[in-house]
Design a protein. Structure first.
Length: 231
């Protein structure tokens, strides 16, 4: 007589880890790879998530406070996370969106208070047509379901198709993005999270936070898959 559990196990699809291709059960990333990821751990500035000695606010945030209140990064922007994000953004591997959302949820479930709304970093329509998808929006769709937070994807828009930020100095980044975003949603008194895939200098998120603050948001968190760390 064939055991019913054996039949179920044979019928259940076999999931392969997105990183090592080993069997991962119901998860998108196997436990071994999950444990070896460069999780953003240790003491860090609560505003920008860069490492600090005792978790104090860093000198940069004290001298030039950004428009957002806090940053939560799941991982450090190093291997294999950087490779995953390049595959996702530039090779169109959309299956990675849910995997990245799961990694963020693992980090964010420990927060004392979750925001009311999740707003992804908007793309300019020309860039959206060229890429075919907004990487922040696709991650946000999965993450909103995993955490039970309302997604407000149309709340903000990008008014200018700015030049890529890579290779620009901090001052050039600020000039490049000044006034690039607007928010058309009434956010008076709301606690919101802005989601992006990577935070490098924080210029894009600062400019988006400026627009969200003008729309009335009282607390603004930044949620990112990965944080670029200084050498």
């Amino acid at each position: 007589m064939i055991d019913i559990c054996t039949i179920i196990n044979h019928l259940r699809p076999v999931s392969r880890c997105l990183l090592c291709s080993g069997i991962s059960g119901l998860a998108t990333i196997c436990q071994a790879c999950h444990d070896e990821l460069p999780w953003q751990a240790g003491s860090a500035c609560p505003v920008c998530a860069l490492p600090t000695t005792q978790g104090e606010v860093c000198g940069s945030c004290l001298q030039h406070p950004p428009s957002f209140d806090a940053t939560y990064a799941a991982l450090a922007y190093t291997y294999p996370v950087d490779a995953m994000l390049r595959r996702y953004k530039y090779a169109g591997e959309l299956s990675l969106a849910h995997a990245l959302a799961e990694l963020m949820a693992h980090r964010l479930r420990s927060l004392d208070a979750l925001p009311e709304l999740l707003i992804p970093m908007p793309l300019h329509p020309d860039r959206l047509r060229s890429r075919g998808f907004n990487q922040a929006t696709e991650i946000s769709r999965s993450l909103s379901g995993l955490l039970g937070i309302s997604l407000a994807a149309p709340a903000c828009r990008r008014n200018r198709d700015t030049a890529p930020q890579a290779g620009l100095s901090p001052d050039e980044r600020r000039r490049n993005l000044r006034g690039a975003f607007s928010c058309e949603m009434d956010l008076k008194g709301r606690h919101v999270a802005l989601l992006d895939d990577v935070m490098t200098t924080g210029t894009s998120l600062t400019e988006l936070a400026n627009a969200v603050r003008k729309a009335g948001a009282t607390r603004i968190d930044c949620w990112v898959v990965a944080r670029t760390l200084k050498d």
